[in-house]
Design a protein around this ligand. Structure first.
Ligand SMILES: [Zn+2]
Length: 336
């Protein structure tokens, strides 16, 4: 029975190999191999990097699943959107946006850029993680000196107030454009039926901004309103949408908020329109103009909705742009 002989030889060889490996590893040959259970927890949802003499911590509020992209990214065909996603190995079933909240330690202040969705379930149960992730990062909300908002949409200002009416950042001054404050807290707009999200957006902005009327500071285009932090008006997504240029030790980082919501769709074809834009044409013009400037000057950016943690560069590519994520720096004092 030669087959059995071969099989037996293989078995013996196998045993010998295991024994030899065990001898090399110093483990007894009879040791039973353990099976590790799958872990239930993901890695921490915060990330630190140096920016000049400042320290940046990106803290997530969790993901925003937008569903079928053809309902959100407009002005082109469903087929083209599908091809762009497929060519970039992304799902065509649902577009998922991150919420990358920047916490900047300037050396004498802690500045938080945007605040996530709060407890709202408007986009399902995944958002609302900002406070837990701040805690995980060792940042006490009481130590935040400034909350800087890019605009007054739900995923940016709804984390200012807690549901019990208390302030999540009790010691913070709040910075936003007056145009966005006026537009999104306007009581008359509560009656607007189209688009359907309008009523909720107005109500949420009022809930989070109006109780802070006494601590609001309106930022102006071009103004350096905190040392090293300059407001640049970037209207279109909302009337007062503002990005922030953060400069330290000769280095500038752009916190671009919602200048672009997607690292492929709104970069490769930056004139595609986004359903939540107040003025989609103005938004596209602003996007192209500012991305051109960032690309030409090789200025790094943090994009609120790009894949975690949203830090990288954009470069010109064809009629649009391409995103180059910065490699994660796992040594904090790593240079360049
Ligand atoms: Zn947003």
């Amino acid at each position: 029975m030669p087959a059995i002989t071969v099989s037996r030889r293989q078995a013996l060889l196998g045993t010998a190999t295991v024994a030899a490996a065990a001898a090399l590893s110093g483990l007894p040959p009879s040791r039973t191999l353990a099976r590790a259970p799958f872990a239930a927890a993901q890695a921490p949802y915060y990330y630190r990097f140096a920016h000049g003499k400042m320290q940046a911590t990106v803290v997530s509020d969790g993901i925003l699943p937008l569903g079928d992209p053809s309902g959100t990214f407009l002005g082109t065909s469903k087929e083209e959107i599908g091809k762009m996603l497929t060519d970039n190995f992304l799902s065509t079933a649902s577009v998922v946006l991150e919420q990358n909240i920047l916490v900047l330690n300037t050396g004498d202040r802690l500045v938080l850029f945007d605040t996530g969705m709060g407890s709202s379930q408007l986009f399902g149960p995944t958002p609302g993680k900002m406070l837990a992730n701040l805690k995980a990062a060792g940042i006490d909300p009481k130590d935040i000196d400034a909350v800087v908002a890019t605009h007054a949409h739900c995923d940016h200002v709804w984390g200012i107030m807690s549901d019990d009416g208390s302030r999540n950042f009790p010691n913070a001054q709040i910075y936003i454009s007056q145009a966005d404050f006026d537009y999104w807290t306007d009581e008359a707009k509560l009656a607007i039926k189209e688009p359907a999200f309008m009523n909720a957006f107005i109500a949420g902005a009022r809930k989070n901004l109006l109780p802070n009327r006494d601590r609001l500071v309106f930022v102006k285009d071009g103004q350096e309103f905190l040392p090293g932090i300059q407001a640049i008006s970037a209207p279109g997504h909302t009337v007062g949408h503002t990005i922030y240029m953060i400069t330290s030790d000769g280095k500038t980082l752009a916190a671009i908020g919602d200048l672009t919501h997607h690292q492929v769709l709104l970069l490769e074809k930056p004139r595609i329109e986004f359903a939540f834009d107040t003025d989609p044409k103005q938004s596209a013009n602003t996007r192209v103009r500012i991305l051109d400037m960032l690309a030409a000057n090789r200025i790094p950016l943090i994009a609120y909705h790009f894949p975690w943690p949203g830090v990288g560069h954009v470069a010109k590519q064809g009629d649009g742009f391409r995103y180059y994520p910065t490699p994660l720096q796992m040594v904090l004092d790593q240079k360049g």
